[in-house]
Structures are given as structure tokens and as C-alpha cells.
Design a protein around this ligand. Structure first.
Ligand code: MN
Length: 447
């Protein structure tokens, strides 16, 4: 045992500069809670690096940290002892070392150790915008848009899987954003002909943190959800805006939940063919799934309003062992009303003083059918009125993030649900940045 007092103080001073590694800035993690208990990652490995130092790494990811042997000794000892609070660990390791070890998941919060121990994200082979390693989220600034794909599925696959259809939204976005000259092209603008404006690609600030880790044989849906929530919480703490691609709609439980700390008063705008408030009076009601997720969301204390837009389902509702209640938080604009009377009642009814998160189930769309989504419903929202509604949402409301869910895994049609999700996301990107009108100008070869 290390003696109390002077010895420990010396260790703290020593370690302040004992840990290096690229991007190891210390104090960078925003989700460190000193009251939490932490455990050493069970698969943390050490190698001697010379100069009395060791190199530490995890089996996934590329992060390697070098530290004084004294740090490794402390960690090895901690690994054999019961988890300790952040306060205690910070005291013996030093605050900056402790925070860096938490940031790179070398130390895991005890309550999420199973989920986070599997890693967080895998970089996308073809990112939309600029690839951003998940451990570098601390470089984000206000209003950056951050894409994250979350392959979560809470129900056994039916006719169509929607576990990872969100990656097609990324594909559509990447295709629109990439220069036809390839990655070497330096200058360019994004032109939006529908709205007669352009955005300088140098000021775009769209980042892609990749795909949330999914280990098919080990993971429960909640593991994937908790990883997504952890990343999402880190993004919003920086004031950046998450653009989350599902996965099924159970994702909303984790994404909306992750906003609680940053947005203690939040509105949720759900675009969906289904209310996702299914209750049958049986035990299955007690388990979160994509068809009942909005019961969990409406009960979250930080969610003050839930607007459901595009609902149109027609089904048998059992009434035994269930209550029929009114929730003043929940308001509805059906697909029929949106298509025949427009979106004005929604825009008048949404509280402009609240920050709003958009959770968009693509089965709301008129063209959503197999295999573009798993539970299509006759009718639905058509593109241009919806696009016009989103123009007003982006302009008149504080939209703090968006997600698109229930997109079919199969290769999409050119103008399917993923294309529409990408189009709406592109408008979010334009609204977050300074755009200029193109007027009557066009680009022509220099002669
Ligand atoms: Mn839904």
C-alpha cells in the first residue's frame, strides 16, 4: 500500500505530466461524474514502453496512452479492488489523469460498465462530412451537426429489418456533399436549387462519428441504446446538434433521455404514422419496444410537450386491464389534417420558448412502403408541404437535434425514405450555417 500523505501528494504531481498520447488533453470528458463508481476496464492491457513508462490500450479503437509505471501500478491494484468513486480515484491518480482515463473508457462508470466496455463507435467507411473519432467530441463547438448511426432493434425481425437502415441516409448525404473531383478538391459550395441558396463547404461543420458498436452475440438492445445515449449526451453538452440515424423507434428512449441534463425543459416533435403508445393490458406493455416507446418518453420529467404528427393508424385497441387517460403533454396533428388543412395548427401550438427535438419515423411519409420501412400505413405525408413545415421549424424554433428511424435495411430506392431523411437533414445543415442566396447566378467554365 502506498502511504497516505506526502507519498500520495508526490504521486499526484508526478502524474500530471505522466500521461500523454495524441489528443489526451485531460479534463476533456464532459460526462465525468465524480460521485459515480468506476472500475478499470477488464480488458485493459499494459506493455512496457521504456523510460519507466508503460503503454496502455484496449482491444478496440486505436487509442494508446503512455503513462508512468506508477499509474499502471495504481490501476492494476484498483482492478483487483471493488469499484471506487470518481472522487477517490481522482485523488490517487490526479484529476487530469482520472478524467483522461474516463474519457477513453480505460475507467468505466460502474452502472454502464457492461454497455460501455464494448466500446462506443466504429468509424464509417464512407462518412458524411468530416469523420470525427468518438473520443474527440470535445473539439465540437456550438451548432456543429454530428451524425451518429445507431443499429438498435428491440423486436424480432418481421418481414423487413430496420436495424441499420439509417446508414442509407448517410450514403445519400455523403453522395450529395462529396466533391465530384474527390477528396483532393479544396473549394466548393453546396447548392440548394429548391431554396436558391448556397453553403460554402469550408464552413459546413458536419461531423460523422460512425456507427455505434453492435456485438450481435453479446449485446442487448439496451447496451446499444446506452452507448448511443452516452455519445449523444457528450454531443449536446458541447451545444452541438445530434443527427441520429436508427435503428427502430425505441432509440427515442435513449436519445430523448440523453438530452435531460442539457435541456431540462424540452419539447419532442414526433413525425410518425403510429403514435407508438400501444398498450394491450399484458406483460409485454412493461418492456420497452418501438411500438410503446412514447409512453416512456411522455413520462420523462424533462419532456414538457409531445406533438405527434402524421399519425393515421387504424387498429383494434383492447380495453381490458388498461386505463383510458388524458395526458396534457400529448397533442396530435393527424396525417389527414396535415394533408388537407396544413401544418399551421402545429406551428401555432408548439411552444417557441422550448428547445425541440425531432424524432422522425419514416413510415409517416406517403411513399413509405416495403422494403423502405417495416410497418407501412396507407396514406401519409407528402414531401413539399412537409419540407415547407420544416423550413418554418428550423427558422422559428430552436431545434436541438433530429433523429430518423424505422428505415429498411434493404438497398433503398433512389427516392425512398432514406433520400427524404437525407434531404431534411440537408436543410438542417443549411439552417445551422450562414448561407448566401444564389439569385440568378450560375457556375460556368472560365473562358
Ligand atoms: Mn414510430
Amino acid at each position: 500500500m502506498q502511504p497516505r500523505g506526502a507519498g500520495r501528494a508526490r504521486a499526484r504531481i508526478g502524474v500530471a505530466t505522466a500521461l500523454d498520447g495524441r489528443n489526451a488533453r485531460g479534463g476533456a470528458t464532459v460526462t465525468t461524474d465524480y460521485a459515480n463508481h468506476y472500475r478499470v476496464h477488464p480488458r485493459l492491457r499494459w506493455e512496457l514502453a521504456g523510460d519507466g513508462r508503460v503503454e496502455m490500450r484496449l482491444p478496440f479503437g486505436s487509442k494508446r496512452l503512455r503513462a508512468a509505471e506508477s499509474i499502471a501500478t495504481l490501476l492494476k491494484r484498483a482492478a483487483e479492488e471493488p469499484p471506487k468513486t470518481g472522487d477517490v480515484l481522482a485523488q490517487c491518480l490526479g484529476t487530469s489523469v482520472f478524467e483522461t482515463l474516463v474519457k477513453y473508457l480505460f475507467l468505466l462508470p460502474e452502472s454502464q460498465a457492461d454497455a460501455l466496455g464494448g466500446g462506443l463507435c466504429i468509424p464509417a467507411a464512407r462518412p458524411a462530412g468530416c469523420a470525427l473519432p468518438v473520443y474527440d467530441l470535445d473539439m465540437l463547438i456550438e451548432d456543429d451537426l454530428v451524425l451518429l448511426h445507431v443499429p438498435i432493434a428491440t423486436t424480432a425481425e418481421g418481414k423487413v429489418s430496420v436495424a441499420s437502415g439509417g446508414r442509407w441516409v448517410r450514403t445519400h448525404l455523403a453522395q450529395s456533399i462529396e466533391s465530384p473531383l474527390g477528396a483532393s478538391a479544396r473549394q466548393g459550395v453546396l447548392l440548394d436549387l429548391d431554396f436558391g441558396c448556397q453553403l460554402d463547404t469550408a464552413s459546413m461543420r458536419l461531423f460523422d462519428v460512425g456507427d455505434v458498436v453492435h456485438q450481435p452475440l453479446q449485446d442487448r438492445a439496451s447496451d446499444i441504446g446506452e452507448r448511443a445515449a452516452y455519445v449523444c449526451r457528450t454531443i449536446v453538452t458541447r451545444g452541438a446538434r445530434p443527427l441520429i440515424l436508427g435503428g427502430d423507434h425505441a432509440l427515442a428512449y435513449y436519445s430523448v433521455g440523453a438530452l435531460a441534463q442539457r435541456y431540462p425543459r424540452l419539447g419532442v416533435l414526433q413525425i410518425d404514422a403510429h403514435p407508438d403508445l400501444y398498450t394491450v393490458g399484458a406483460v409485454c406493455d412493461e418492456r420497452l419496444n418501438h411500438a410503446n416507446v412514447m409512453h416512456w418518453v411522455r413520462r420523462m420529467p424533462h419532456v414538457l410537450a409531445l406533438w405527434q404528427v402524421g399519425v393515421r393508424d387504424f387498429f383494434h385497441q383492447p380495453t381490458e386491464r388498461v386505463a383510458c387517460v388524458h395526458d396534457p403533454k400529448v397533442q396530435v396533428l393527424s396525417a389527414f389534417e396535415a394533408e388537407t388543412s396544413g401544418y399551421q395548427r402545429l406551428l401555432d401550438g408548439m411552444d417557441p420558448s422550448l428547445p425541440w427535438f425531432v424524432t422522425f419515423d419514416v413510415d409517416a411519409l406517403a411513399l413509405a412502403d416495403y422494403p423502405q420501412t417495416a410497418t407501412p400505413v396507407l396514406g401519409g405525408l407528402s414531401l413539399y408541404p412537409l419540407l415547407a413545415c420544416f423550413e418554418r421549424l428550423f427558422h422559428e424554433f430552436h431545434i436541438v437535434g433530429m433523429e430518423f428511424v424505422e428505415i429498411g435495411d434493404a438497398p433503398p430506392e433512389a427516392h425512398g425514405t432514406a433520400a427524404i431523411a437525407a434531404r431534411l437533414a440537408s436543410r438542417y445543415l443549411f439552417h445551422l450555417r450562414k448561407v448566401t442566396p444564389t439569385r440568378d447566378l450560375l457556375y460556368s467554365t472560365i473562358v
